[in-house]
Design a protein around this ligand. Structure first.
Ligand SMILES: CC(C)(COP(=O)(O)OP(=O)(O)OC[C@H]1O[C@@H](n2cnc3c(N)ncnc32)[C@H](O)[C@@H]1OP(=O)(O)O)[C@@H](O)C(=O)NCCC(=O)NCCS
Length: 183
């Protein structure tokens, strides 16, 4: 299958809400317990894309959305502005065929283009699929927070993985990241 990556738009929010609902209700990768509505997801989209962070979708040749990925602030304090957190979600029926990896590569590239130097993945439930896709993309393990989540009656470890973007920490940035505002 040919996978195309493009910027997400408000028109994608219905399918994105459906894809995310599956992970909230059946998965351990997100620590949300109640699936957000399409209005919530649209408002989150505006908050992310409105700051200039990349918010991407993957689609097949017919234009069917297979998954989505976005970057967002890791933590709100401004000294973190050169680090972004990533989120990647693939529709359950199209996992394992390269969609997540393709989205992640495109997201790293678009985030690096903003002048952001580090990307972190906060991997709920130490999900093996998520760890695998990040390892393949070159992320390294930087930490594990034991029993930091509790979902479906189980304590969950959270795994932290990180990769340098662009010049990483080799140089001092000459400019601020290309974000509209930083919280
Ligand atoms: C994690 C997720 C995004 C991966 O996307 P995907 O499209 O299934 O992954 P890909 O097909 O691109 O696979 C990339 C690599 O990871 C490996 N991988 C994928 N799923 C795996 C699994 N369940 N166990 C072990 N390895 C796995 C693949 O084998 C592949 O490596 P390879 O090319 O060397 O074989 C997807 O499974 C998903 O949406 N899961 C639920 C939400 C989630 O966990 N998101 C991450 C939040 S941090």
């Amino acid at each position: 299958m040919k996978i195309r990556i493009r910027d997400a738009s408000v028109a994608d929010m219905a399918i994105i809400t459906d894809i995310y609902r599956d992970s909230v209700e059946n998965g351990l990768s997100t620590y949300e317990l109640v699936a957000p509505s399409i209005d919530d997801m649209t408002s989150r989209f505006h908050g992310i894309a409105g700051q200039n962070y990349p918010y991407l979708v993957a689609e097949d040749e017919s234009g069917k959305v297979l998954g989505y990925a976005y970057a967002s602030p890791f933590r709100p304090r401004p000294a973190y502005r050169y680090m972004a957190e990533n989120s990647v979600y693939v529709a359950p029926d199209t996992r394992g065929i390269g969609v997540g990896g393709t989205l992640l590569d495109a997201l790293m590239s678009a985030t690096a283009d903003l002048g952001i130097r580090q990307m972190i993945a906060v991997i709920g439930g130490a999900s093996p699929a998520s760890i695998a896709v990040h390892e393949k993309a070159g992320f390294r393990h930087v930490g594990r927070m034991p029993a930091s989540g509790f979902k479906f009656g189980k304590w969950l470890d959270t795994v932290l993985m990180q990769i340098e973007l662009g010049e990483g920490a080799d140089t001092i940035p000459a400019a601020e990241p290309g974000l509209k505002t930083y919280p």
